[in-house]
Design a protein around this ligand. Structure first.
Ligand code: SF4
Ligand code: SF4
Length: 346
């Protein structure tokens, strides 16, 4: 069944990138799950990075640090009858959640976890010692260079990183390609490489000096940060069919689940009560998406495509998507022909 039309659709490189690093997030590599949740467990953070989307937000210092309700969480995951990958991330630092290691111990008995973390909390060591590395999809260690220097925490970041690596955890370090850092990018790359940590730069999304990024990167900055042109281009593409809400979702600190960051008005239940995924894929409702769930976890997107294409009742979104693509291509062809004066009256 993977040949012919279905094979063509599910193997299109345009929708399913093979890179491990997607320019903004690290693509998870563990392929053992049926669904994944992207959990913003707290808005509190021990840093206040200049480029953070919630820079100077009072929640950074005083936001709640809700404990994870482990029994209710495990019950609802069991009832959903799927193998989950839960990625702790979001507007704050997930390792600040008081019982995060205990929660991961329980979750990883059947499921998988991943993290976007600044890697400086004390309990990172506890995590590395206690959690089965086979059950950790990956840790994206966010290297916030200026904050680490300001609080004299560079060595702690390095030692936590190397500990995780020694324990067999799949870990990578990434830093934000914030334009004022461009001239120092190479210096920091070399510094951390000598410590045993290869660093990638991920593109900045936001405004700096009245310019919007990533659109405003200069060629020189792209070179200095080593940014992927493919991923910069993808950031501006129409997003098409997506598995947001079908087998992927985002979770708020209070446990409520939504299909994605652009569809926060829609809920898919609560992680402590009942998880109710959509019955089919969606056509992306926005022109530009800053957090393309299908590109962060291409495996689960491919799985969603396969499931949808084998169920006749779910084919409608595909029909709508392809008719829109064909219309767009015809429109472009018309513009092209006009430029060549094909339709010029004789
Ligand atoms: S560590 Fe992350 S969440 Fe915290 S301020 Fe920096 S970018 Fe924002
Ligand atoms: S906004 Fe992003 S995550 Fe949401 S449906 Fe569109 S592409 Fe998917």
């Amino acid at each position: 069944m993977k040949n012919g039309l279905l094979g063509f659709l599910i193997s299109r490189p345009k929708d399913i990138p093979s890179a491990d690093y997607c320019g903004h997030w690290v693509v998870d590599k563990k392929h053992c799950h049926d669904a994944w949740l992207h959990w913003n467990a707290t808005n509190r953070c021990n840093f206040n990075c200049l480029y953070c989307f919630s820079h100077d937000d009072p929640q950074k210092k005083s936001g709640e640090l809700p404990k994870i309700n482990i029994p209710e969480l495990i019950r609802s995951l069991d009832e959903a009858n799927k193998v989950f990958k839960i990625r702790f991330t979001g507007g704050g630092e997930p390792f600040l959640v008081p019982n995060i290691v205990e929660a991961c111990l329980e979750i990883t008995k059947k499921h998988y976890v991943g993290f976007n973390t600044n890697l400086i909390c004390d309990n990172v060591k506890d995590f590395a010692e206690k959690i089965d590395p086979e059950r950790v999809a990956n840790i994206n260690a966010s290297l916030h260079i200026k904050e680490l220097e300001k609080y004299n925490l560079v060595e702690r970041f390095v030692s936590n990183y190397l500990l995780c690596e020694r324990k067999g955890i799949n870990i990578v370090a990434s830093s934000v390609a914030y334009p004022p850092l461009a001239d120092e990018a190479e210096k920091y790359r070399i510094f951390f490489k000598e410590k045993g940590i290869p660093v990638n730069f991920s593109f900045f999304q936001g405004s700096f000096n009245g310019k919007e990024y990533p659109r405003s990167y200069t060629e020189k900055e792209i070179e200095q940060f080593g940014l992927s042109r493919l991923w910069l281009k993808k950031n501006y593409e129409y997003q098409g069919i997506c598995n947001a809400g079908f087998n992927a979702g985002i979770v708020d600190p209070d446990g409520s689940i939504h299909p994605c960051f652009s569809m926060t008005k829609e809920t898919l239940g609560n992680i402590y009560d009942k998880i109710e995924f959509k019955k089919h894929l969606v056509i992306c409702p926005v022109k530009r998406c800053s957090c393309q769930l299908k590109n962060i976890d291409p495996y689960i997107f491919k799985k969603a495509l396969e499931e949808n294409l084998t169920l006749p009742g779910k084919i409608m979104p595909f029909a709508a998507y392809f008719s829109r693509r064909i219309r767009n291509q015809l429109f472009k062809l018309r513009i092209f022909c006009r430029k060549l004066n094909f339709f010029k009256p004789k």
